[in-house]
Write a protein that binds this ligand. Structure first.
Ligand code: TEU
Length: 546
């Protein structure tokens, strides 16, 4: 197979929630028809794959992660017909679509759970029950502060059910073959409707033994991931699995397998160390965050991201390191921090709107190993709304223009308020305005993504860190098949001059990739001298003389 077939290794993923993206029918809720009208924005940005957050029927008590029908579209967002039209319209623009697969749990309103509450029904064993409340019932809660237990009593079943997340999200029992068969049916259904794969929600919880003794005959839970993969690949050879698995680095190989389990994992370890480096304005944690995770197998890839729709989860760092990040980026811990895990903020407000620093962070995201994942609104530098509860702060509607409700909806009652005060208000920060300003973040992001696509060696080349002899300046080189690129980033707020040892490339010339008009400094005697302004960065192609 040609590496070019592994489209996901070079993907530029754009993630969005249909509900908050664009409302076409004026009911205040984003919908598939509205999203379709914005596909040229996404394609124009340079994305190659859209990841949709859950869009299934839901009581919506966890932003759609409480699913009550895995085979349908939430009627507020459209119909299955709209969904298929959307996938086709995306495809016509060269955009693949992957969707969230939420099968660790269901909503308690799901008919499966309602049936399961009858202990005599066949459905009962689809969930995880216990006659007694286990002693450690308050351990392993995902939402401390919002949750008091992971075992809640059900009056009808007269038994306790397991829920790693909110009490309204009972965990499915994946040790039950009928549940596994149903999960495959769900995947098969969406594959037939044209999706190119799935983001597997809460992957580590999905495969754990649910606090029960090992069910006889149940293989190693990680083996289940291979079944997933085999099924997927039979049904659609070019479809991928992207796992949300915020786990220690040594666990990652269990998820990748030898390239025969999951294709992609979010690089949570890199993400958390990157934020520590940004907070300290020092490269050392970033270098560590790059070296800690294992190299993915040949067919695997990391997904590299800065922020997602949840809190910035920092569980892989120490308490003291989390405190450093809080001090730098969430000084009002009461208002800005959640679940004892991290900030509930977007990047630009964490950087006090410092445009140079924001670009430097996104330049890192685009040039570090892996496939970058951009979350809607990041391309224009949207802010957050801390007056909203928990993670809703970072889930406000997309800001399209300075018209009513940021052009998100014509309704007077948007599903969620648009940001209309402070420096990130939609009147200031919106797509329309940035389209007209050549120096805007949006225009920069489009150019940077284009440069990144032209230099895809950044994403999956062999990389190594280059010493800069400067604690704030991080430099790395990526190489594959003789193509080599280098990037230099100044994490600090003071100008810095560095000299890189590029002796293996002594006979090459340099080309500036981000600003092709700029003269790139030459490699002289095997070294490259670069001066960067505060939060400055540059990317170079190291070209062989013709
Ligand atoms: O989150 C799953 C998860 O494992 C959480 O730890 C997550 O990383 C985050 O820290 C929670 O804020 C997924 C979704 O991303 C999240 O939005 C849902 O609430 C959760 O599943 C339950 O479905």
């Amino acid at each position: 197979m040609s590496v070019r077939d592994r489209w996901y290794q070079d993907a530029i993923v754009y993630c969005l929630d249909v509900e908050t993206y664009h409302d076409a029918n004026g009911d205040g809720v984003g919908d598939f028809v509205g999203l379709m009208a914005k596909l040229d924005h996404i394609a124009g940005l340079g994305a190659t794959c859209i990841w949709l957050l859950p869009f299934y029927p839901t009581p919506n008590r966890d932003n759609g992660y409480d699913v009550c029908d895995h085979y349908a579209v939430d009627p507020r967002l459209g119909t299955l017909g709209d969904f298929v039209e959307f996938v086709r319209a995306a495809e016509a623009r060269g955009l693949r679509v992957i969707v969230d697969l939420v099968v660790n749990h269901t909503s308690d309103q799901h008919p499966w759970f309602q049936e399961a509450r009858d202990p005599d029904s066949d459905r009962h064993d689809w969930y995880v029950w216990s006659d007694e409340r286990p002693e450690d019932h308050d351990e392993g809660m995902i939402f401390p502060g919002e949750q008091e237990t992971v075992w809640t009593y059900d009056r009808k079943a007269k038994r306790y059910y397991l829920h790693r997340f909110y009490a309204h999200q009972p965990d499915l029992n994946i040790a039950n073959p009928a549940v596994r068969a149903e999960i495959e049916r769900v995947m098969g259904f969406w594959l037939r409707l044209g999706v190119s794969g799935f983001r597997i929600d809460a992957a580590p919880f999905l495969i754990e033994h649910k606090g029960l003794d090992e069910v006889p005959g149940t293989a190693d839970p990680y083996e289940y991931l291979r079944d997933f993969r085999t099924f997927l690949s039979w049904r659609r050879g070019d479809a991928v699995l992207l796992a949300e698995a915020n786990v220690d680095p040594e666990k990652a190989p269990h998820y990748f397998g030898d390239g025969d389990k999951l294709h992609m994992l979010f690089n949570f370890v890199l993400n958390q160390h990157l934020f520590l480096a940004l907070a300290r304005q020092a490269k050392a944690p970033l270098e560590r965050g790059l070296l800690l995770p294992p190299k993915p197998p040949e067919a695997g890839q990391w997904a590299t991201f800065l922020r997602n729709h949840d809190e910035l989860a920092l569980a892989r760092l120490t308490e003291a390191q989390r405190d450093e990040i809080a001090e730098a980026f969430a000084p009002d811990r009461e208002a800005m921090w959640v679940y004892n895990r991290g900030p509930r903020r977007r990047v630009p407000p964490m950087f006090d709107g410092d445009a140079a620093r924001v670009r430097m962070a996104y330049s890192l995201m685009l040039s570090l190993p892996g496939a970058p994942v951009i979350r809607y609104g990041e391309e224009i530098g949207m802010g957050d709304d801390l007056s909203l509860p928990e993670r809703t702060a970072v889930r406000t509607p997309m800001q399209w223009s300075d018209k009513k409700n940021a052009g998100f909806t014509a309704s007077d009652e948007p599903i969620r308020p648009v940001i209309d005060s402070g420096p990130f208000r939609y009147q200031n920060v919106n797509v329309d305005r940035q389209r007209r300003e050549p120096d805007s973040l949006l225009m920069w992001m489009e150019r940077a993504i284009r440069a990144r696509k032209e230099a895809d060696v950044f994403g999956r080349g062999d990389w190594h860190v280059v010493d800069t002899d400067h604690e704030a300046v991080f430099a790395h080189v990526c190489e594959r098949d003789g193509v080599a690129v280098a990037a230099v980033h100044n994490l600090g707020d003071e100008e810095a001059g560095v000299t890189l040892d590029l002796s293996p490339y002594a006979d090459r010339t340099t080309l500036d990739l981000l600003d092709p008009g700029d003269d790139a400094p030459p490699i002289e005697d095997g070294t490259l001298a670069v001066t960067l302004p505060r939060y400055g960065f540059r990317w170079f192609r190291l070209e062989r003389e013709r």
